[in-house]
Design a protein. Structure first.
Length: 94
């Protein structure tokens, strides 16, 4: 499942759509939502939002933008995994 999500992250970085700064903000926001999750249902909802964002397609950003998106995605992924295992979505702060 996470391999698929990583492939979708690549699509996020190279697709076409909104500005890269908006993409960074949206992925960071999803990471914050994921880290606030306390159960699997919430984590699943955040993951669905992320997949919907990827499907929209995003404009290729700068190297810094891509690094920020990758870091936010990694934090989101960790929080989703934690929420699904009963850890309350806690992950290291950004």
């Amino acid at each position: 499942m996470w391999i698929r999500a990583l492939l979708l992250l690549a699509a996020l970085a190279i697709g076409a759509g909104c500005s890269s700064n908006e993409t960074v903000k949206r992925v960071k926001g999803l990471a914050d939502k994921a880290c606030a999750c306390t159960d699997a249902a919430c984590a699943d909802a955040v993951e669905k939002e992320y997949l919907d964002l990827v499907k929209e397609g995003q404009k290729r950003g700068s190297d810094d933008d891509r690094e920020e998106v990758a870091a936010a995605y990694s934090r989101m992924r960790d929080c989703i995994a934690s929420a699904r295992t009963g850890g309350g979505g806690k992950a290291a702060p950004p």
